[in-house]
Design a protein around this ligand. Sequence first.
Ligand code: CA
Length: 229
Amino acid sequence: MKKILVLEDEVSIRSFVVVSLTRAGYDVIEAGTGAEAFEQLKIHPDIKVAILDIGLPDTDGFEVCRKIRTADPHMGIIMLTARTSEMDKITGLMTGADDYVTKPLSSLGEFSARVDALFRRIDVARPVDSGVFVQGPFRLNTMNREFEKDGNRIKLTEVEYAIMKMFMENSGKPILREDILNTVWGRDYFGEVKIVDVNIRRLRMKIEDDPTNPIYIITERGIGYKWGL
Ligand code: CA
């Protein structure tokens, strides 16, 4: 069964999310505080996706996200945010979330569709293909999903891995942001294309020598991005 963690301290919102996901066929584990969430993650190591509220009684969702991400680069993470300002969204993503959903949640259907999309991505992203890409200082092993620069391991999230693989398969070719969105997030993704830019920015911080002057992930004005190797 597809197991998912829902961390939200407001009972009414949590019930909404739990009902929505249970109907969609998920096995939902609930938590109301950061401490409870970590306890549940220990008890259920097979949780694959975590939905994290930001305002929590004992900590905040960004901190929880950061800790989960450090322990498990493969966990799918969706931030549940009541704050609408762009900066908060970006900060949430920079700490390692894959997606965000703004409260109040519009519909049960849309919410579970977002979760489905993330789940599918995590499932298909598991090693079905094989091979090793070696380009410049980088080495991407698609069997064990390890990514290295100059022989040093760089931990990638599922989304970053999928973007990286797409770049290495299309070396030197400009790629439309929309194509990255469709390939990595899926055609049924409801979000906005700028999520691509946010993830690219994070990826640059991990792999570029100087993220402000990127030489590997090159911006193609008006188009999207190009893997410069
Ligand atoms: Ca809250």
